[in-house]
Design a protein around this ligand. Structure first.
Ligand SMILES: Nc1ncnc2c1ncn2[C@@H]1O[C@H](COP(=O)(O)OP(=O)(O)OP(=O)(O)O)[C@@H](O)[C@H]1O
Ligand SMILES: [Mg+2]
Length: 248
């Protein structure tokens, strides 16, 4: 279980968020949705130790931690692939730095390449493939950390609708079959409705939770599920309300 207690971050004296709380119980899939620039990626960077938080505390399974770097795999919004490595070597980096058995790791990575539609591109470099393929490779690399907690910052944003749908099913399998705990950022409301156990709508400046939805429809879900359509209407109402009331 992840507990985020009263975390705070300032950039150049400006508060991005303060006293921000979030709980993600083991095995749950929680999704954050909020306007561009509200501080979502900054929160993930702070939780994983990419940047320092200015205050607050974190607990993983009730154990206090400075950051989640030892417990979470983080797929950042930018794919962060190294251009001088092939896609396969990029995917194998977590295994190399973690001192894993490289033969087993390569088998796992090749299996994931196949699963994510990247078979045949193992030796390509990141500048030789599309944005969506880079994003899928970054997802493989994230999974290669073999961590229980996965933080995904808009992991499917560069994909076409069909590939996106099939990868959404894969993200669901991570939860249902591989028992991962997932915290994901997305701008796609339908994606959030398909995947999330709980959705948090965020307000900007400073970032705060404005609405919290608990979705208990069984998965896999269908868009015509009346319970989902009700929540979708609620989410869109709230987002439109925020736009109308936005200053300026
Ligand atoms: N390194 C930095 N130095 C100063 N300000 C920053 C830095 N990184 C982000 N910011 C600012 O912090 C705020 C939050 O940025 P952040 O990237 O977390 O937003 P976001 O919610 O992830 O947006 P998006 O949905 O567009 O990805 C923005 O105003 C951004 O300009
Ligand atoms: Mg972001």
């Amino acid at each position: 279980m992840l507990q985020v207690c009263s975390v705070t971050k300032y950039f150049k004296g400006q508060e991005v968020f303060s006293g921000f709380d979030l709980n993600v119980p083991q095995g749950r899939f929680h999704v954050l949705v909020g306007p561009s620039g509200c501080g979502k990626s900054t929160l993930f960077d702070g939780l994983t130790g990419v940047i320092h938080l200015d205050g607050g505390s974190l607990f993983w399974n009730h154990e206090p931690l400075l950051n989640l770097s030892q417990h979470a795999a983080y797929m950042q919004q930018k794919d962060m692939l190294l251009p001088w490595f092939s896609l396969l070597d990029n995917a194998l980096l977590p295994a190399k730095t973690g001192g894993q058995d490289m033969i087993a790791a390569e088998n796992q990575a090749r299996g994931l390449f196949k699963r994510l539609g990247l078979k045949g591109y193992e030796s390509h470099y990141s500048n030789q493939v599309s944005g969506g393929m880079r994003q899928r490779c970054a997802l493989v690399r994230t999974l290669m950390f073999n961590r229980d907690l996965i933080l995904l910052d808009e992991p499917l944003s560069a994909l076409d609708t069909i590939t996106r749908r099939s990868l959404q099913s894969l993200l669901l399998l991570l939860q249902t079959e591989f028992k991962k705990t997932i915290l994901m950022i997305t701008h796609d409301i339908e994606e959030a409705l398909l995947l999330a156990d709980e959705i948090y709508l965020l307000n900007p400046m400073p970032m705060a939770i404005s609405r919290h939805f608990v979705l208990d429809s069984p998965k896999p879900r269908k868009f015509n599920d009346p319970a989902l359509l009700d929540i979708k209407a609620d989410v869109l109402d709230k987002l439109e309300g925020d736009l109308i009331h936005e200053p300026g």
